[in-house]
Write a protein that binds this ligand. Structure first.
Ligand SMILES: *Cc1c(COP(=O)(O)O)cnc(C)c1O
Length: 380
């Protein structure tokens, strides 16, 4: 089945057995009746399993070319479940330019439990090689990175991971499986903040993990059930509905993202524009190889290199909404240094390029003329 059919039918029953409803019913229930102790129809209690969540989890597995999907109450709950695979003394190597909440979870929670993190610039895989020890258990990759739009070569990293018998997890939130499918590139675990493009309408908070290997899936399922950070049936239904239009939304996000990136690059008040579709992006060739297109996320700095300058631009936008998050149908603008990345210390942040003047755009699927007009008036 091709991707654009999978989003609508992959892993999904086309009709429910009870009444033939085309969309899966929302099983808003905590428990299920049993005819005799243990005599149930596959579901006992909704933390352990719920038919609406199961429908979503099967769809997630299908679009990422995995065998098993698991849905969580948020993206961070999904990452939390991955980290619970490990023990004190274990080491994890992570991208240094990553989502601020992931960094906070790693350093403020799991470091306290004795897990050691190494943050490296993974554009150069020899740096990963140098950080590996016999205690290394996981490599954590985000690509494109947030918000600097660096590209990491997943195939190259997976070769390093395999050579050292280390798991590789990829946060695929920015790209979505429409653009890149990390399991096919050698990753063991794909993670999503479903909150973003998969949900696509800024109306839910959810996370997901997708894997191929049964043994790994069983361990993660054990953690999902034992720790209990599951997604609810209403939200699972909304996420399923979102996934059905993922391919058409992403196509427009990419078209509009490209137009915005080029507009900014030509604008006299704009300094740097970060978007992996530029031929002079340092990893353009890798982006072209591992992604189908370049996505709708664009970051930039203004020539007036100041906090006040960036704040004035985002405050003057009218079609773009100043808000955290990304990946919805509406265009959003964010100021990473004071919003999504405020939990990363200033000197750490600036090492990766997150300056006070950086603005991040999640380009939505509105009419491109209105988006460009809005950027023009705000920059002026
Ligand atoms: C938002 C986000 C997360 C965290 O997901 P939540 O659903 O907000 O918990 C993780 N990684 C990336 C890249 C994100 O954008």
């Amino acid at each position: 089945m091709k991707f654009n059919t999978k989003t609508i039918h992959g892993g999904q029953q086309n009709t429910d057995p009870a009444f033939g409803s085309v969309m899966p019913p929302i099983y808003q229930t905590s428990t299920y009746s049993q005819t005799t102790p243990g005599g149930h129809k596959g579901f006992e209690y909704s933390r352990s399993g719920n038919p609406t969540r199961k429908a979503l989890e099967d769809a997630l597995a299908s679009i990422e070319n995995g065998n098993f999907g698991l849905a969580f109450g948020s993206g961070l709950a999904a990452i939390d479940a991955v980290l619970k695979l490990f023990k004190p003394g274990d080491e994890i190597i992570s991208t240094n330019d990553l989502y601020g909440g992931s960094y906070r979870l790693f350093t403020k929670i799991f470091e306290g439990f004795g897990i050691k993190f190494h943050f490296v610039g993974m554009q150069d895989t020899s740096k990963i090689e140098a950080a590996i020890t016999d205690k290394t258990k996981l490599i954590w990759v985000e690509t494109p990175t947030n918000p600097m739009m660096n590209i990491i070569d997943v195939v190259a990293v997976s070769k390093v991971a395999k050579a050292h018998n280390v798991l590789l997890a990829v946060d695929n939130t920015f790209a979505t499986p429409y653009l890149q499918q990390p399991l096919d590139l050698g990753a063991d675990i794909v993670m999503h903040s479903v909150t973003k493009y998969l949900g696509g309408h800024s109306d839910l908070v959810m996370g997901a993990l997708i894997v191929k290997d049964k043994e790994l899936a069983d361990k993660l399922y054990f953690i999902q059930n034992a720790s209990g950070a599951v997604s609810g049936p209403q939200d699972s239904f909304l996420a399923l509905r979102g996934i059905k239009t993922l391919h058409v939304r992403m196509q427009r996000h990419c078209e509009n993202g490209k137009a915005v990136a080029h507009f900014l690059k030509d604008h006299p008040k704009v300094d740097q524009v970060y978007w992996p579709g530029f031929e002079d992006h340092p990893k353009y060739d890798i982006a072209k190889k591992q992604m189908r297109d370049f996505g709708g996320m664009v970051s930039f700095t203004t020539k007036n290199d100041s906090l006040e300058g960036a704040v004035a631009v985002v405050e003057n936008l009218k079609v773009f909404t100043l808000a955290e998050s990304l990946g919805g149908v509406e265009s959003l603008a964010g100021h990473p240094a004071s919003m999504t990345h405020a939990s990363i210390p200033k000197e750490e942040r600036e090492k990766t390029g997150v300056k006070d003047s950086l603005i991040r755009l999640s380009v939505g699927i509105e009419d491109i003329d209105d988006l460009l007009e809005d950027l023009k008036q705000a920059l002026n």
